[in-house]
Design a protein around this ligand. Structure first.
Ligand SMILES: C[S@@+](CC[C@H](N)C(=O)[O-])C[C@H]1O[C@@H](n2cnc3c(N)ncnc32)[C@H](O)[C@@H]1O
Length: 408
């Protein structure tokens, strides 16, 4: 079954030859890969903004599915997990099948450790029959990622290649690797900050690290196409490397890493029972198994296609940072998507999105509704709430976080 057409063609932004090359590399990588093996957006922040209730109907982009399962713990009536990349939904489907059919220990080995020696047997006996045709075809080939000689599923998929890069880098720098483990083991924020300032910062931000972070290929592996890279570069004197350094310094110097499973899984290739996504905690696993997981529906299509197909109004939208991909490549599609969102939104619906830009300019040039009004004039944007919640964000690699309501 082929993925919906979501490739990026030349667009209003004049593209250099190098951009075209980067774009073709990104499309080639994207078109046949699982990009995100874990969600890189903080659901704890989202849930505070969403304030989900029993009658809410949520539309969220699936990515790796971790956050879809997190939102389900607030028991909304329905969660529509939409993703144009069928491999992302195949990962969510596998998680849902495993919640339904496996016990907690097997489930944690697979998605907590990223490794289960008996995965093939569990897959054949309990999981395969639960999957859609595409997901079955995909995991028939890629189930080996859970018994991988690399030691973990989290070293697979495009983002997994970056985790492998981290591991190789730390192998070459054992002292820095030990210092980073000490930082993750720090009991107090003050000790964590001291370890970062005295033992990590100077050792980490070398010209080589800056060079690697500045390569489009590194960013493509992280699902960041060149328009999004440009947005970052436009806002930071030190370019992408400067932006990443600032994000990491905020996370390691201002937030406790004790529960920061985002950066931990990329440094260690696995979660721990104390530091992992909510769906990997025993009580939450049982709550999902007891029925919350049945409220999730997966849809492999674009957001616009889903909103044109569905008949029921949606009260909560979680759009991740996918509009950065569209705003420079596909402005017409972005306008179409916003009109679809507003026409399917229940009165008072809430919308969350992230962006590499602190204040995405599409909020000003997208015109919506038959009056062709500016988006930022139609939406009630709660900048104060977003700013307050953004400070808690354990990922912190998005300059922009938007919380907006559709007028009632
Ligand atoms: C920019 S990424 C977001 C990933 C997110 N930041 C994360 O780390 O979890 C976009 C995700 O949205 C999907 N996507 C991008 N554009 C889409 C669209 N128009 N409709 C549906 N899914 C889309 C991609 O397949 C990918 O899984």
């Amino acid at each position: 079954m082929n993925a919906p057409e979501l490739l990026f063609h030349s667009a209003p932004t004049p593209l250099t030859l190098l951009d075209r090359l980067d774009q073709n590399v990104f499309n080639a990588l994207y078109a046949r890969s699982l990009v995100y093996n874990t969600c890189w957006e903080d659901p704890a922040v989202d849930r505070q903004a969403l304030q989900l209730g029993a009658d809410d109907s949520v539309m969220v982009i699936s990515s790796a599915g971790c956050n879809v399962l997190d939102y389900a713990l607030d028991a909304p009536a329905r969660i529509h997990a939409v993703d144009a990349n069928p491999r992302q939904n195949a990962l969510l489907e596998l998680k849902i099948a495993a919640i339904r059919r496996l016990d907690f220990e097997d489930f944690f080995a697979i998605f907590g450790e990223g490794y289960h020696p008996r995965f093939a047997e569990l897959y054949r006996s309990s999981l395969r029959a639960e999957l859609s045709d595409f997901a079955r075809e995909w995991w028939d080939k890629h189930g080996v990622w859970f018994t991988s000689p690399l030691g973990s599923f989290y070293y697979h998929g495009l983002a997994g290649l970056v985790a492998r890069g981290f591991r190789a880098y730390f192998k070459m720098r054992p002292k820095l690797a030990a210092d980073v483990q000490d930082l993750f083991a720090a009991a107090e924020l003050s000790e964590q900050r001291r370890i970062y300032d005295e033992r990590i910062a100077a050792a980490m931000w070398t010209p080589a690290m800056r060079w690697v972070l500045g390569r489009q290929l590194t960013l493509s592996l992280l699902g960041v196409p060149h328009p999004q890279r440009r947005l970052v570069q436009a806002q930071h004197t030190d370019g992408v490397a400067g932006f990443v350094r600032e994000a990491i310094e905020y996370v390691f110097r201002h937030l406790s890493v004790a529960d920061n499973y985002f950066w931990r899984v990329y440094v260690n290739g696995r979660y721990t029972r104390e530091c992992c996504p909510e769906y990997l905690k025993p009580d939450n696993f049982q709550a999902l198994k007891a029925g919350l997981v049945d409220r999730i529906r997966t849809h492999t299509c674009t957001v616009t296609e889903f909103l044109h197909e569905t008949k029921k109004p949606i009260s909560r939208f979680v759009l991740l940072d996918h509009m950065d991909w569209m705003s420079s490549y596909h402005p017409a599609a972005l306008v179409e998507e916003w009109n679809a969102i507003l026409s399917r939104a229940r009165g008072g619906a809430r919308i969350l999105l992230r962006s590499a830009h602190a204040d995405p300019d599409f909020l000003r040039w997208v015109k919506v509704s038959h009056e062709s009004r500016r988006l930022d004039e139609v939406l009630k944007i709660d900048r104060a709430l977003a700013a307050r919640l953004h400070q808690q964000d354990r990922v912190h690699t998005y300059a922009g976080f938007m919380v907006a309501d559709v007028p009632g």
